[in-house]
Ligand binder design. Structure first.
Ligand SMILES: [Zn+2]
Length: 85
């Protein structure tokens, strides 16, 4: 059985999460995930992100969200962590 590395898993995650991913690729990645907790976490978070993106495709209300994100990011830029000084 061919073994794939963490990097190979991460490189192919988008394909893996794609519903049209090849069964061969899925089984390789599944086999890796059984042994590798790091990649399990990675897959879980990416899977959640994909779900959010797909939801936004159907319900076009991301303007408010992106405004909030932009505000939050500019707040971070302007207000550096006081503990870091
Ligand atoms: Zn791994």
């Amino acid at each position: 059985m061919k073994k794939i590395s963490c990097q190979e898993v991460l490189d192919q995650l988008w394909e893996y999460l794609d519903e049209e991913a090849r069964a061969e690729l899925c089984s390789e990645i599944n086999e890796h995930l059984e042994r590798c907790h790091d990649c399990q976490v990675e897959v879980d978070s990416l899977r959640m992100t994909v779900r959010i993106f797909r939801c936004e495709d159907h319900t076009p209300v991301p303007v408010l969200l992106s405004d909030k994100l932009r505000a939050a990011m500019s707040a971070i830029d302007k207000d550096p962590d006081p503990d870091a000084r």
